[in-house]
Design a protein around this ligand. Structure first.
Ligand code: PLZ
Length: 445
């Protein structure tokens, strides 16, 4: 029997059998450039044929250890058996009705699970949508309706999506906003907390954020403050202790809805269901997407029932929001996290990978910082001579790793961060193999 990927052992290694990209990937790329918009990025020149657990096999038979997890989506592993079975089962029953036209149980089951597992011991409700950006848009809509206020506050180095409103909420104008304006107004960018970069305590950073918002916007004008508990695209920035709690307290003292954007950090990624838990905060609203669907497109806004009910009937929704097949996948993902102890698996990834990254840092001074929580870890590159960001080092390691069979994403406002978002079912052997590849890459810089 040939070793198809789903039958291969979990500890399958990287395996490069052609030049990269191989001939079939090159063929697909030629077809792609003729019909796919140039606006869609192509980070890696390979095309996927199969994937299982932490391995992606391309159309040329090359196998890659996947540190990207589809940008934090495949937390429970590629083609997770339980998710695949739930999708097949639901697809044979009902694939679509539009929940507002004729309801179905999986939508309600997802809202129950989100109410149970998002932080905060209070009555919660949800609305289901299709993407992280759509979830953030809806959180803002709901907060505006609830407060009767217009202004939206976000933090430097944040990322919230590619729609018109969420593009305005991103820190980096390029590539998300350049030439696409006018972008939505009433969005205010305040300084964040990034201990490695600013050296501020949580209290000092919170004072800086709050002073900016009070002086520049006015607390009584702000409908919501939207914050990623650990900033994702911004470079896995973990805020200083006490920072997020101080922001939540300030929001509550001023009638501002605190929205935790957990699209990237949520759903077992950090060893908790939602990263907000690590900081002891109870957000008013939580956005989730990516990891909750185990590869199926679905997203949600979940939060305090009285805020979630602010909208009049018909104010929220959309044709595909909370699609039955995607909802069935979410139910399977929650059950997998519980049954297979995946919160602990995320902690294991940190326990294995973080010390290995710290060892790399000792050997290679271009690594200025190692940070993150659970299976959301990153290394930041700075030129040791100038102390300036070194995106070329991050890029060089990424390229070397690709050719050795490891897929790694960059991140950070300056592109000088490598981030690791593997499926939490990645094995220790695969983690060590990938670190060896990075070590080789750094030695050859
Ligand atoms: N909020 C915190 O991380 C998506 C973007 C990939 P969507 N991040 C990956 C890319 O290049 O488009 C993200 C996020 C946070 C919102 C979003 C947006 O989620 O599902 O991509 O719309």
């Amino acid at each position: 029997m040939t070793d198809t990927l789903s039958q291969a052992p979990a500890s399958t290694s990287a395996r490069i059998v052609t030049e990269i990209p191989g001939p079939r990937s090159r063929e697909l790329h030629e077809r792609r450039v003729k019909t796919v918009s140039a606006g869609v990025a192509a980070t890696f020149p390979i095309y996927a044929a199969h994937a299982h657990d932490a391995i992606i096999e391309d159309v040329d038979g090359n196998r890659f250890i996947d540190f990207t997890g589809g940008i934090g989506v495949m937390t429970v592993g590629h083609t997770n058996d339980a998710v695949v079975a739930a999708v097949a089962d639901q697809a044979s029953k009902v694939t679509h009705t539009l929940f507002a036209v004729a309801g179905y149980e999986p939508y309600i089951a997802v809202c129950e699970l989100l109410a149970k597992h998002t932080p905060g011991n209070f009555a919660k409700k949800s609305v289901l949508v299709n993407s992280g950006a759509e979830a953030v848009e809806n959180a803002v809509k709901i907060a505006r309706k609830h407060t009767g206020r217009t202004e939206v506050a976000v933090l430097h180095h944040g990322y919230h999506g590619r729609t018109n409103l969420t593009s305005a909420m991103n820190y980096n104008m390029h590539p998300y906003g350049t030439g696409f304006g006018p972008l939505a107004g009433s969005v205010h960018h305040a300084p964040n907390s990034s201990p490695f970069h600013d050296g501020l305590s949580g209290a000092e950073a919170a004072e800086r954020t709050i002073t900016f918002l009070e002086k520049r916007v006015g607390a009584t004008q702000i409908a919501c403050l939207v914050v990623e508990p650990i900033q994702g695209e911004g470079g896995f920035i973990v805020p200083a202790e006490g920072y997020l709690q101080a922001l939540v307290d300030w929001c509550h003292a001023n009638g501002i809805v605190y929205v935790s954007d957990e699209v990237q950090s949520g759903m077992a990624r950090t060893g908790a269901y939602f990263a907000s838990e690590h900081f002891g905060i109870e957000p008013d609203l939580v956005t989730s997407a990516k990891g909750i669907g185990g590869g199926m497109p679905i997203a949600a806004v979940t939060g305090r029932a009285e805020i979630m009910d602010a909208s009049h009937p018909g104010g929220l929704g959309g044709t595909f929001g909370g699609n039955p097949v995607s909802s069935a996948a979410v139910v399977a993902v929650f059950s997998e996290v519980e049954k297979r102890g995946l919160l602990n698996e995320a902690k294991r990834v940190e326990k294995t990978l973080k010390p290995a990254l710290l060892d790399l840092q000792k050997k290679h001074p271009v690594i200025a910082d190692v940070r993150g929580v659970g299976a959301m870890l990153a290394i930041e590159f700075m030129d040791p001579a100038t102390g300036k960001p070194a995106p070329e080092a991050a890029k060089a390691v990424q390229t070397h790793a690709l050719h050795a069979g490891v897929l790694i994403l960059t991140a950070g406002t300056f592109g000088n961060v490598l981030r690791f978002l593997p499926p939490v079912v990645i094995t220790d052997e695969q983690l060590h193999e990938a670190v060896t590849v990075m070590d080789d890459a750094l030695s050859s810089l």
